[in-house]
Ligand binder design. Structure first.
Ligand SMILES: [Zn+2]
Length: 397
């Protein structure tokens, strides 16, 4: 928790209002709630479930970039309360992730109030209760918005705008199709209308940014709402763009299911994972991607290199079993990998970040050349969204 806080409102600059046909009418300035914005700005947060791996708290506490934990799931508030006792100075954010089990509608953008009147409180009072339990920022309990359901999207934005408490972020959980040409203008219009920072969750069967149009849509969204969108539950590559573009910040899941949110009722899919146990993903420094440890093993056989990140595990990159203790060590290794990169990015002034991105892609390309030489596997290429982000960068530069 940062020691100084500004409570109040600030005006967003440079926004424009659309005329419904995609044209721009006139610049508008909307007050944007500051407290949650201040807590999230340039933030690179680790998204965790109620089980926080040992060592993770120390790791995220000990970085120069604004960082902390976003606790996800039904027990998020109780977990935050415990964390506040262990490490009172660490920023803590609560997300009940109701978009995983509730569909927003125009009349009920969130499960609130329910039919039995169980939620007798107002949303303001609800936020008060969670903040009193130790949270610095609270994500609204919005349901997922069906593709093209503009009225439900508007209701989600309205529900956030109706709250007075400055700690609330309006959660906007959408299927990746919302970021395609058909729906993007509508999404932009509604987010521009938000007086709150928006916690954007992009839901897809696999990594949504493997689709070039979806990744481009995200960049367009950042452009139209600068500094307002916190990209939530994503991976390190999309998070880099959320900082550079600029968005407000990003959270990266400590497990693959916390990095990529899947549609209700479906299990996460991974390439080639049919009929086998879920893959275990390790962050591979240099190429800076999460890779299935079996894939890493296939490159090197019994000569898999060891982790060389300072103060990290020192293990071979395939030496992680599915045992809980191993997965905890892997989680800290993975967070250390991306946190080191994003910490470096955030240390740069906004005007220098595109230059940083250029050097980043150059370094990754060199790392691929070294990896192919070391493993003697010439066919190793950037996977999925890594290749999409590289292509988009080359197109822009
Ligand atoms: Zn390590």
């Amino acid at each position: 928790m940062r020691q100084t806080r500004t409570i109040g409102v600030v005006e967003q600059g440079g926004l424009s209002q659309r005329d419904g046909q995609g044209g721009s009418l006139s610049p508008v300035r909307r007050p944007l709630c500051v407290e949650a914005t201040d807590a999230l700005a340039d933030g690179v947060f680790a998204a965790v479930s109620s089980r926080v791996p040992p060592g993770l708290l120390e790791l995220v506490s000990d970085v120069r970039a604004p960082s902390g934990l976003i606790v996800i799931g039904p027990r998020a508030s109780a977990t935050c309360r415990k964390l506040s006792r262990v490490n009172p100075s660490l920023p803590r954010i609560v997300d009940f992730a109701r978009y995983e089990d509730f569909v927003a509608s125009a009349s009920a953008p969130m499960p609130w109030p329910d039919a039995e009147g169980m939620w007798a409180w107002s949303l303001d009072q609800w936020v008060d209760g969670i903040v009193a339990a130790g949270a610095d920022v609270v994500f609204s309990p919005s349901g997922i918005i069906r593709t093209g359901d503009s009225k439900a999207l508007a209701a989600v934005i309205d529900s956030g705008n109706g709250v007075k408490r400055p700690q609330l972020v309006t959660t906007v959980a959408v299927h990746q199709a919302w970021l395609t040409e058909t729906y993007l203008a509508n999404l932009q219009d509604e987010i521009e209308r938000s007086e709150r920072p928006v916690g954007l969750v992009v839901v897809g069967k696999l990594d949504p940014f493997e689709e070039l149009e979806v990744a481009q849509g995200l960049l367009d969204l950042f452009d139209s709402c600068p500094g307002q969108i916190f990209l939530h539950r994503t991976d390190n590559l999309a998070a880099v763009h959320a900082i550079v573009q600029p968005g407000l910040g990003a959270s990266i899941g400590v497990t693959s299911s916390l990095r990529h949110t899947i549609p209700q009722g479906r299990r996460a899919q991974a390439r080639g994972s049919v009929n086998r146990q879920p893959a275990v993903y390790v962050f591979v420094p240099g190429i800076n991607e999460f890779r299935d440890i079996e894939e890493v093993e296939s490159w090197f056989g019994d000569r898999v290199p060891c982790c060389a990140m300072p103060e990290c595990c020192g293990r071979r990159l395939n030496d992680f079993s599915r045992h809980a203790d191993d997965l905890d060590i892997l989680a800290v290794h993975n967070v250390r990998g991306w946190l080191t990169i994003l910490e470096d990015l955030v240390a740069h002034e906004s005007c220098d970040r595109r230059g940083w991105l250029y050097r980043y892609f150059q370094d990754v390309e060199s790392a691929y050349i070294a990896l192919r030489a070391e493993s003697n596997v010439r066919s190793i290429i950037p996977c999925g969204s890594a290749e999409v982000w590289r292509r988009l960068y080359n197109r822009l530069s």
